[in-house]
Design a protein around this ligand. Structure first.
Ligand SMILES: *Cc1c(COP(=O)(O)O)cnc(C)c1O
Length: 230
């Protein structure tokens, strides 16, 4: 594996190729560099190479890193957020991609109201219906999106998913497609799309190109950029 800077250049190229191949503008796909369990120095190198958007899973870890590196990049929360940590999440992140219940949304909105700041959120959908994964079931997504409209500080931008892990990236395709079709349905019902183009966060190191072919606008890539996690 190359250096962070080399990996970043390679992943960016692969994003452009996958977008172009599927008839999409490469700028419509944003790279979220997943930096959980990666050293601050590696993140700094990525920042110096122009990467501004990062994803973190754990609140405490994110707090330490953002403290050291500054909020100048965008930081997305891509891990499960306990409701009692919602205040901290509201303070740290530009976007929480993992909203999966009203209680969490209410707690975020409350803190954001105190801060006088709005935040982008995505609804996490458990497309594989896996018991151990967070996210709403696809059938519950409309009700949650509807409920989120009551929170003035939350801008609901789209959906996020993490399909069941499988060796073959092609095996993720039906799940990515399912998320896109669900988003189209929700947009047609007026539940998504009020705050600009609908965002779809899907695809990781092993399958981000397939996700882009299926409409991803955010790909969350960790190990392909930074190597194995500590
Ligand atoms: C860790 C993580 C990723 C990145 O996974 P890689 O396989 O290292 O690219 C993406 N999304 C979520 C939600 C994660 O927890």
């Amino acid at each position: 594996m190359g250096s962070v800077v080399e990996n970043l250049a390679e992943v960016r190229t692969r994003i452009v190729v996958a977008a172009t191949r599927s008839g999409r503008e490469p700028e419509t796909v944003q790279l979220v560099a997943v930096s959980k369990h990666q050293p601050v120095e590696a993140i700094r190198q990525a920042m110096e190479a122009g990467q501004m958007l990062f994803g973190e899973n754990y609140l405490q870890e994110a707090q330490e890193k953002i403290g050291q590196l500054g909020a100048r990049g965008g930081w997305h929360c891509i891990g499960h957020v306990q409701s009692n940590k919602a205040r901290l999440a509201a303070e740290l992140f530009q976007c929480v991609e993992t909203v999966d219940r009203v209680k969490l949304a209410a707690a975020l909105d409350k803190r954001l109201t105190e801060l006088g700041r709005r935040m982008d959120v995505l609804v996490q959908v458990n497309v594989g219906g896996e018991a151990q994964k967070s996210g709403v079931n696809p059938q519950e997504a409309a009700a949650l999106c509807e409920a989120l409209q009551q929170f003035p500080m939350l801008r609901l931008r789209g959906l996020m998913t993490m399909p069941p892990w499988q060796e073959d990236p092609e095996a993720s395709r039906p799940y990515f497609r399912q998320l896109r079709l669900l988003a189209e349905k929700l947009a047609a019902a007026g539940l998504l799309g009020q705050h600009g183009p609908v965002m779809l966060s899907m695809g990781m190191s092993a399958d981000f190109e397939v996700a882009i072919e299926e409409g991803a606008t955010l790909v969350r890539v960790g190990t392909a950029l930074f190597g194995e996690r500590l």
